[in-house]
Design a protein around this ligand. Structure first.
Ligand code: AMP
Length: 352
């Protein structure tokens, strides 16, 4: 029997942690944020915050002593940090799940091993590997760093072998992966939650539009048929179960013209493409995650409305006065100071 959670520890201090802390507060649970940055968006809405590095064992031990459970809001928390904490207090998702999601080669190997399709891929450690891979999986592809890439960072598109040398140089010596270019019809994602008793609950898939590798819009329902919908949910459930996962997981997929679904990426956390659930469902992805990691029963993920969520990126912040004046626009601002290009400043959801 898990101890009732009065204070939930959250590793990471960004907007996802902020929305988790607010959902926890609604359930009467305090959040304690742990992150290296001062004045983090999540810390400013939480009961407690620790500003320290992920390798600071004294600070980590004190943090573990102040909470009954720990989770993370970003996937690049070092697995060693999660293991250190897990010796003291329950940590979800597990270090093992984080390790798989942190390395695109480990992630794709895992997915293929459990029978889930992905774009064809090869691990790339040298220019020779890249030249060979381009002949094996087709001339067009995307070269990505294996680790620490997000929002299209650390990615280069190749239109043929002539681009190989320049693309390889852009990796700056970091281990990489070549993925064949997926000619997808649409991008969708499933936000799934798995509880400590193994129950899985999925939200309806969202349809996502990216530009420059950054999510711009999520729309629910996605324009997919019932069979694709059911397959997408079954795939997300298979992934969460195979990882023995606890919490919310985001599964990004490419919906191909022939009806096939390829998984692009798994995110072991609440996900930007699930923000619409705050307004669109009685229990949001944030509350669902808090419930899972605190050992509470999962809530009903049913959607009561159609929804469209737009991210406010960089200068989009200038539209806030208009959004404040717009009836039905549910505005969320993350409390970040400076609006740099590509920086996610907030989002807006509209129901219909
Ligand atoms: P990622 O960082 O892997 O989530 O990629 C960001 C975005 O780039 C995706 O949402 C797609 O729009 C695009 N993308 C990534 N990988 C591929 C691929 N193998 N084929 C086509 N588009 C891709």
């Amino acid at each position: 029997m898990t101890k009732p959670v009065a204070t939930l520890g959250i590793l990471g201090g960004g907007q996802l942690g902020r929305m988790l802390a607010m959902a926890a507060a609604r359930l009467g649970i305090d959040a304690h944020i742990y992150c290296p940055d001062d004045n983090a968006p999540a810390a400013r809405v939480s009961a407690r915050a620790t500003v320290a590095g992920y390798d600071d064992e004294r600070a980590l031990a004190a943090f573990a002593g102040s909470v009954e459970a720990i989770t993370t809001e970003f996937e690049n928390v070092p697995a060693a940090t999660a293991r250190f904490l897990a010796d003291r207090v329950p940590v979800h998702p597990s270090a093992a799940a984080l390790e798989i999601a942190q390395d695109r080669v480990a992630e794709k190997s895992f997915l293929n091993k459990i029978g889930i399709d992905t774009a064809p891929w090869r691990a790339i450690d040298g220019l020779d590997d890249l030249t060979t891979a381009l002949t094996e999986i087709g001339p067009r592809g995307i070269l990505k760093t294996r680790r620490l890439g997000y929002d299209g960072k650390g990615q280069v598109r190749l239109d043929g072998p002539q681009d190989a040398a320049e693309a390889f140089a852009a990796m700056a010596g970091a281990p990489a992966i070549l993925e064949g270019l997926a000619a997808f019809e649409r991008e969708i994602s499933v936000i799934a939650a798995r509880g400590q008793d193994g129950t899985v609950r999925c939200y309806d898939p969202g349809e996502n539009r990216h530009s420059d590798g950054i999510l711009r819009e999520t729309r629910v329902p996605a324009a997919i048929d019932t069979a694709t919908h059911d397959t997408a949910l079954a795939m997300a459930e298979r992934i969460a179960t195979a990882l023995d996962y606890v919490g919310v997981i985001g599964v990004e997929m490419f919906a191909m013209a022939d009806g096939a679904l390829w998984v692009n990426e798994i995110a072991p956390r609440v996900h930007n493409t699930g923000h619409w659930t705050i307004e669109g469902c009685a229990v949001s992805q944030f509350e669902q995650h808090v419930r899972a990691v605190c050992g509470l029963p999962l809530g009903d993920p049913a959607r009561h409305s159609d929804a469209v969520m737009h991210n406010l990126i960089g200068d989009d912040i200038d539209t806030v006065p208009a959004l404040l004046a717009e009836a039905g626009a549910a505005l969320h601002l993350y409390g970040k100071g400076e609006a740099r290009p590509g920086r996610k400043m907030g989002h807006v959801t509209r129901l219909s």
